[in-house]
Design a protein around this ligand. Sequence first.
Ligand code: ATR
Length: 287
Amino acid sequence: MAAADRKKTPILAGVVGWPVEHSLSPLIHTIWARRAGVDGHYIPLAIAPAYDDFAKAMDSLRTIGFAGVNVTLPHKDHALRYAQRASAIAQQAGAANMLTFDDAGAHADNSDVAGFAAALAGARRDGTAPANAVVLGAGGAARGVALALQAAGATRILVANRTRAKAEAVASDIGGDAVDWPARHDALAGADILVNATSLGMRGQPPLEIDLSALSPKALVADIVYSPLETALLKSAREQGRPTIDGLDMLMHQAAPGFREWFGADAVVDAALRAGLVRELERRSRP
Ligand code: ATR
């Protein structure tokens, strides 16, 4: 398909995952498309977990003329495998959350890293970068967070994870140190930022147990979980007067590069966008 055909309207893009019904990405892109007056659709696509299912679906989307897709669990490593080309950051992260289709095939990128970096920049009250960081978790999300912290200038990154071998793998890739999961509370001493990059604290998942008393009063506390929007971790941080970054901050910022690339219009992360997403989360949480 020629590039000109691919840009035909309506422009088609979407998010691929399994499950995918919970994704807020269609709402984010729909709000931006409406604002920009773009003739386009952003569709949630449930694709079964095996790589073959993913690859067949991507071939079909390319043939239909999709401009690109966001990719979420469990396909982020499949996206990197499928693409003929990948950005340096996607290769470094070992995962991609964006695939852009063109005549040469598919290009993989990772906007999770830039998304966290943008959320971090927006939250720094005094403009200084955190030097000492503690990351909880060692999955794909934690790896993205650790890379963003490193890019933002963090000089000491501790990675605490239930499965120590995975913490060691992430720590060794980014030049940080692994911490045993039970030692996570004490590891907070001297940290300027704590990031929960596990699924703990998410609705339907076990709570995150963490004692914040060793953390400095000014330290930033971030949570990748956005359902509930104010997790128990963020609630205790707020009650202690600490600055916080919630999961929606990161989600909105990671969505912007895809929208700009595929729909060719600006994607502004602002209070109105957040309000639209908060309303949707509230609607979903009602019995
Ligand atoms: P993602 O790509 O979103 O990071 P993931 O790879 O499934 O998803 O990672 C989930 C993270 O939550 C992991 O760090 C996981 O710890 P393990 O590596 O030990 O599995 C962490 N996690 C999930 N459930 C947990 C639990 N009950 N206690 C502690 N950590 C947990």
